[in-house]
Ligand binder design. Structure first.
Ligand code: DC
Length: 234
């Protein structure tokens, strides 16, 4: 069966990653969390006190960063590695969330990450989520989803994720962080978050995770089957 690229973009915390992971597992596709890559770069920058304005320091740091993904055999979840070390937990902390939009707005950082993302998606059979996947990274993706949800719903879902990891984070702090990131992600100069013209909007405010997954899988199947029909005709 023909393999396609599925691009899932949208605001922070509206269920992109969880949906993308499940869709990839159902279709037997590779899941790539592009946000995790920007988070890993942010962690490296903070740990190594890399200036966010000095291009020489930024380029040197980028040369020293290797980001990889590995599936944890116990949990079957894909985890992020920075220079060979598992950083999956650290990159989800609020300290990183508070800086990541700033770091991901740096042109050099984006150029380096986009090049890696394109390599990872070259073989098709990929679900990638982020902010510029359908507009920049894979502008020719066969299926583009633009996800959104009410800010309060997004914030309480994110709070529940923290609670599941025994971290109590104030709801107001999460709302503020999401608002800030939405603003920075949509107004930055370098490939801002915008809905691709040919993207399908999925508003998850009143949807369960199962419903989100089902909707995206159905859309993917119609593209995959549509492709096979096109091939048979030509
Ligand atoms: O998906 P996430 O919330 O983990 O992403 C973290 C940040 O990374 C997000 O605030 C914006 C940035 N990002 C980006 O600029 N481009 C992407 N393709 C993915 C994420």
């Amino acid at each position: 069966m023909k393999k396609i690229v599925i691009a899932i973009d949208g605001y922070s915390a509206c269920g992109k990653s969880t949906t993308a992971k499940r869709v990839a597992s159902i279709l037997g596709y590779t899941y790539i969390d592009s946000g995790a890559m920007y988070r890993a770069v942010t962690l490296y920058f903070l740990r190594n006190h890399v200036s966010q304005t000095n291009k020489v320091e930024i380029n040197k740091a980028l040369d020293n960063i290797e980001i990889t993904f590995q599936v944890n055999q116990k949990t079957e979840q894909t985890e992020t590695y920075l220079n060979g070390l598992n950083v999956e937990n650290e990159i989800r902390e609020m300290a990183i969330s508070n800086q990541v939009s700033q770091v991901s707005s740096i042109k050099e950082v984006r150029d380096a990450m986009v090049a890696q993302q394109r390599k990872l998606g070259k073989k098709k059979g990929v679900v990638m989520d982020g902010r510029d996947i359908g507009t920049v990274v894979f502008a020719d993706a066969e299926l583009k989803i633009f996800m959104n949800a009410d800010i309060y719903v997004r914030s309480s879902r994110r709070q529940a994720e923290f609670l599941a990891k025994d971290q109590l984070v104030d709801l107001e702090d999460i709302i503020e962080n999401l608002k800030q990131r939405d603003l920075m992600d949509t107004t930055r100069e370098e490939s801002p978050l915008i809905q691709a013209e040919d993207a399908i909007v999925v508003d998850t405010t009143f949807m369960t995770l199962d419903e989100q997954v089902e909707e995206v899988v159905n859309l993917a199947l119609s593209k995959i089957i549509g492709h096979n029909e096109e091939e048979m005709v030509s």
